[in-house]
Ligand binder design. Structure first.
Ligand SMILES: *[C@@H]1O[C@H](CO)[C@@H](O)[C@H](O)[C@H]1NC(C)=O
Ligand SMILES: *[C@@H]1O[C@H](CO)[C@@H](O)[C@H](O)[C@H]1NC(C)=O
Ligand SMILES: *[C@@H]1O[C@H](CO)[C@@H](O)[C@H](O)[C@H]1NC(C)=O
Ligand SMILES: *[C@@H]1O[C@H](CO)[C@@H](O)[C@H](O)[C@H]1NC(C)=O
Ligand SMILES: *[C@@H]1O[C@H](CO)[C@@H](O)[C@H](O)[C@H]1NC(C)=O
Ligand SMILES: *[C@@H]1O[C@H](CO)[C@@H](O)[C@H](O)[C@H]1NC(C)=O
Ligand SMILES: *[C@@H]1O[C@H](CO)[C@@H](O)[C@H](O)[C@H]1NC(C)=O
Ligand SMILES: *[C@@H]1O[C@H](CO)[C@@H](O)[C@H](O)[C@H]1NC(C)=O
Ligand SMILES: *[C@@H]1O[C@H](CO)[C@@H](O)[C@H](O)[C@H]1NC(C)=O
Ligand SMILES: *[C@@H]1O[C@H](CO)[C@@H](O)[C@H](O)[C@H]1NC(C)=O
Ligand SMILES: *[C@@H]1O[C@H](CO)[C@@H](O)[C@H](O)[C@H]1NC(C)=O
Ligand SMILES: *[C@@H]1O[C@H](CO)[C@@H](O)[C@H](O)[C@H]1NC(C)=O
Ligand SMILES: [Fe+2]
Length: 548
């Protein structure tokens, strides 16, 4: 049975529109979609795609741009039904921590090598920043741009930078980019066609459109992800080819996940495309894992499948959005892993614990299973409280909302001044074809800053073991629209910093872990006053939001 979408589409022109352009400087083994992922403090995975399968994907690397005298190889050049490319993955091990390397995937057409820096090891208290985007999709003529399809909203302004440009062009230093789910939005191809934004295809022709959007997105990300580790997690838009279902109301047709080809269901592309550090952290694939970086223990959770307490997906049975995906592991595997992962954290080495999962549960949105993940809250919140998680990040709802620290729906009375409960921030505003969501007003009592009209990304800055700042950066112009600092009253271990490269005098081997300890009582007054300023600003934004 052949589904058609509207008038039967001119299929041939479409093929040439989406076909890979022939590049003079490339062939079927030329690397595309280059991306990095941490593999422990002394490892890095280099992944890239090629049109042809590689018999032994190989990376040349070294400590200087002119001398890539080391090589690492693998036999992992994998693809799946409907994919137009092969995903090549090479894990480089035995690297020095916190050290810059230069590298080239085999047959690179780049005249200069790419670079990466390995993780800052746990226990090293060097201050640093990371960036986070959630719900980031394709930018440009076939994604988020200055116009939208029929019924869509929130196009870019004529002079706005999009989030990929903004992250790329912001020249402040950062360590890695975190993307906890909803990557590329290739699964919106059908919606974009129905809204007259993309040329119509048949459903079968759509297979190619989906892969084309996916490939374009990963190419757009390459200037970032070929030089910074790109840590990802699963979102609902990775699950299948049409977000579980799309309605064409003009023709009274509702498509569901049954139109998806086998290669475009059950997180297949996501599984093939990335290699997150789950073997280093006893996690599961790209779905749940953890890693240390300097003062911080990072946890990526899966809020889409395998939630725990027997729940395979939000709102059991079968998933709330007809996703028809998962489960991937034994009952409660993720939950049990989270318990043991957090139990093993050494808070002297990594005083901060930051968790990200795609779906939020504290956000001023419709309390229904497709937005608020109550199931996730029941499973994860007691564990977060038990292990004093500092910060919980999410997206999925396409807004920016910074909450108070919250325990069982109650704001922590300490607010950001040494709370016991985890701090919750939802930033699903990175942007994609489908625009932004609206808050459900009034905002929840735990909400402290909220905007549903701006695309942006998050910047986390770990100053030391007591102070962590979150900034919301508007992509359009790089302005910080919201900043807030969490203060934790705790004793920091004073550790000698790992020298960036080798040359340290032999006299300074006092990097022993018997380290001196100092109590940093922190500038609580400063925190409070900046909090007041921020809350004043929040009132303004809330007032603005309630007007629209
Ligand atoms: C594409 O499909 C839409 C909705 O199904 C329809 O309104 C439109 O006329 C079609 N366009 C073309 C060029 O066939
Ligand atoms: C290298 O090849 C890629 C993939 O075909 C292409 O997008 C890129 O423009 C090429 N770069 C150069 C410098 O030729
Ligand atoms: C690789 O090059 C570096 C300098 O960049 C040099 O120190 C090292 O000895 C070389 N290693 C090998 C195996 O040649
Ligand atoms: C790929 O390499 C791994 C480890 O190096 C090995 O266990 C596996 O058998 C190899 N697979 C194939 C298909 O060669
Ligand atoms: C593709 O291009 C690379 C780099 O120029 C070259 O090394 C390789 O041999 C070419 N491969 C084929 C199959 O032509
Ligand atoms: C839409 O289709 C359903 C069945 O697919 C049908 O029951 C309904 O009457 C149709 N509505 C209209 C307005 O045609
Ligand atoms: C998804 O894949 C996993 C792992 O292969 C499998 O166990 C599960 O049954 C699949 N789920 C669906 C709905 O096909
Ligand atoms: C969402 O609704 C459920 C069921 O009505 C309720 O138990 C829960 O407290 C609500 N969650 C929030 C965060 O308001
Ligand atoms: C920790 O960082 C904060 C923010 O930069 C700063 O105000 C505070 O003095 C620092 N604490 C120590 C002990 O350095
Ligand atoms: C930057 O862009 C944001 C979001 O559109 C807007 O609210 C803000 O006023 C702009 N700031 C400046 C300085 O242009
Ligand atoms: C935690 O890390 C510190 C500093 O490295 C070390 O002294 C201590 O023994 C560790 N604690 C445990 C329980 O391993
Ligand atoms: C931090 O806690 C210690 C006791 O553990 C207390 O003496 C000190 O006043 C606290 N500092 C702040 C700023 O709350
Ligand atoms: Fe989502």
């Amino acid at each position: 049975m052949k589904f058609t979408l509207g008038a039967l589409a001119p299929f041939l022109p479409l093929v040439s529109l989406f076909a890979p352009a022939a590049q003079a400087a490339s062939n079927d083994t030329t690397p595309m979609q280059i991306r990095l992922a941490y593999a422990g403090p002394t490892g890095m995975v280099v992944s890239w795609n090629t049109y042809a399968q590689l018999s032994q994907p190989t990376v040349r690397y070294g400590l200087s741009a002119t001398d890539l005298n080391l090589t690492a190889s693998s036999n992992e050049s994998v693809t799946y039904t409907t994919s137009t490319t092969y995903n090549n993955h090479v894990k480089i091990t035995g690297l020095k921590p916190n050290t810059q390397y230069f590298y080239q995937p085999q047959n690179s057409n780049s005249s200069t090598p790419f670079t990466f820096k390995t993780s800052i090891p746990a226990g090293d208290s060097t201050p640093y920043s990371v960036r986070m985007v959630v719900d980031l999709g394709l930018m440009g003529p076939q994604g988020l741009t200055t116009h939208v399809g029929k019924g869509a909203a929130n196009p870019l302004g004529p002079n706005d930078k999009n989030t990929i440009q903004s992250v790329l062009e912001d020249d402040s230093d950062y360590e890695f980019l975190w993307h906890p789910g909803d990557i590329a939005y290739a699964d919106y191809w059908l919606k974009e066609e129905i809204q007259g934004f993309l040329p119509n295809t048949t459903i079968e022709g759509g297979i190619e459109v989906y892969e084309s959007l996916l490939n374009q997105f990963y190419d757009e990300m390459t200037p970032i992800t070929s030089n910074k580790a790109y840590m990802v997690g699963p979102g609902n838009h990775e699950a299948n080819c049409d977000n579980g279902g799309t309605t064409d109301s003009a023709h009274n047709i509702t498509y569901d996940v049954s139109i998806c080809m086998p290669g475009q269901t059950n997180f297949t592309g996501f599984i093939n495309h990335f290699r997150m550090p789950s073997s280093e952290s006893k996690g599961f694939g790209n779905f749940w894992y953890s890693f240390d970086h300097g003062m911080t223990h990072y946890v990526q959770l899966d809020t889409e499948t395998d939630i725990g307490h027997g729940l395979v997906a939000p709102d059991e049975p079968g998933g709330s959005e007809g996703e028809d995906a998962g489960p991937f592991a034994r009952r409660d595997a993720q939950l049990n892993w989270l318990e043991s992962d957090l139990a093993a954290v050494n808070r002297t080495e990594t005083p901060w614990i930051v968790v990200a999962g795609h779906r939020p549960w504290y956000v001023s949105a419709k309390n229904r299973s497709s937005t608020l993940c109550e199931d996730c809250r029941h499973v994860f919140e007691p564990i977060f409280l038990n292990y004093s998680v500092d910060l919980v990040l999410s997206g999925h709802v396409h807004v920016y909302e910074r909450n108070a620290p919250v325990a069982y729906t109650n704001p922590d009375p300490a607010e950001l001044n040494n709370p016991k409960a985890p701090w919750y921030i939802t930033n699903g505003a990175a942007g994609h074809y489908d625009g932004l969501d609206d808050f459900v007003l009034p905002l929840q009592p735990y909400s402290r800053f909220a905007t549903d009209k701006v695309y942006g990304w998050s910047k986390l800055t770990f100053h030391n073991c007591t102070h962590l700042t979150h900034d919301f950066v508007a992509s359009a112009n790089g302005t910080v629209l919201d900043t807030a600092t969490l203060y934790k009253n705790r004793t920091c271990a004073v550790e000698a910093k790992t020298p960036p490269s080798s040359s340290s005098s032999s006299g300074s081997t006092a990097t022993s872990s018997g380290a001196a300890a100092a109590t940093y009582t922190g500038a609580a007054g400063v925190v409070e006053s900046s909090l007041e300023a921020v809350m004043g600003l929040a009132m303004l934004v809330v007032a603005y939001v309630s007007l629209v």
